[in-house]
Design a protein around this ligand. Sequence first.
Ligand code: ATP
Ligand code: MG
Length: 139
Amino acid sequence: MAGNITFSMIKPYAVQDNYTGPILSMINEAGFRIAALKMVRLTREQAQQFYAVHRERPFYNDLVEFITSGPVVGMLLEKENAVENFRKLIGATDPAKADEGTIRKKYARSLQANAVHGSDSDENAVIESDFFFSKLERF
Ligand code: ATP
Ligand code: MG
């Protein structure tokens, strides 16, 4: 059964470019409920842990460098079939391949600076939101 939560993060550049408001608005209009939200700057160690699944990939060090380059906005989102529905809303990893009207098509700068993260499975949605939010920060 598809789960009803996903974790998202507005990445550096999208935050600096002042797209936090427009991106939250798109998430809202797509019918997601925001259950937790905060702006933080990750330390190198936190970013390495968050992206640990990618540690063997050639882009891992650059990705850690990029994600720690400025503040990010993490959020826990609720909707039916949340992981899949959210990935449809954000579009392909590479914004050049993302569909019109998706968040990445509108707000990404590049494959690396692709505006937002979205969990890729129900299991990772739980792991990532537990990493970001305490019980007191969820509503
Ligand atoms: P995310 O996990 O951020 O939602 P994704 O699941 O679409 O994105 P992943 O394969 O999990 O893509 O890659 C994680 C992130 O690593 C991408 O969002 C992107 O920022 C970066 N990335 C992926 N592939 C590359 C690449 N070939 N070169 C540079 N950066 C990359
Ligand atoms: Mg991913």
